[in-house]
Design a protein around this ligand. Sequence first.
Ligand code: AMP
Length: 293
Amino acid sequence: MNFSDSMLRIGVPSKGRLSELATELLLQAGLSFRRQERALFARVSGLSADITFLRTDDIPTLCAEGAIDLGITGSDSVAEAQAAVDVRMKLGVGRCKLAVCVPLHGKIQSASDLDGKRVATSFPRTTERYLDKHSAKVHLVGLNGSVEIMISLGVADAIVDLVETGSTLAANQLRILDIIGEYETVLIQSPRCRDQVTADRIVRRLEGVVIARDYSLLEYNIPRAKLAIAEAITPGFTSPTVNSLEDPNWCAVRAMVKRKEVITIMEQLEQIGATAILEFSINNCRLDQSPGG
Ligand code: AMP
């Protein structure tokens, strides 16, 4: 297979938890492609772009080198690779922490207790920077996976690993000693992007989906006398839409609200006399670039 030098190249994780998240997001943003089983390449229909399926942790380096123009990966992998790429946007998924973890009932109580110990991790560079800061000299065991079992296998006294829900830690009788960093899935761009116009178009499409996932649309009726208070409760992404009703003392309001705040906001609106309060989900949107802007 030959890559065209004029087509924008997007690197997408080939497997693992980010693979599914990234594929779903791209499809929702209207980048349609069909991946043949085990294929490492797919052409995006209707756009001058190709998708390459790569290892999540190779994507930052390949993007910095210019082999791909855009990439979806974890900001943990970007930090570990120390890759010179631009983070174009946070994708609102894959939030996790990189944490130093130790046995539940062990003797290690602080980062300085790690001095002279063995630490297993898939993030050697980030771990070394953290340990240097805490003046702890350790024997680093670098691995590509299954880090959580390394203490029970007897090769490490502590591990540095990604934690999302904490259930892997609990299953292995480990606890968090310290958090090194917080990360999430991001869209990165190469400093040597082949086609900035197509890259910007893809960023706008992804923004539409990512913002839509975060917001709901609320509609309600409110007495005109309470409109100012209602608008303060639901200021909207830019500003709420207000329509007249047949009864001149009432009006209808439509505003975007943060999905996680919907229930509280509905209660507040009800308290000030709003009626017919309805929540609608948003599939996609095009808005001004910044909230309130
Ligand atoms: P959890 O049990 O939910 O805390 O997840 C921990 C396991 O999932 C560990 O094996 C991590 O390496 C992996 N993990 C958690 N979050 C992420 C992420 N955002 N990206 C890649 N791997 C992750």
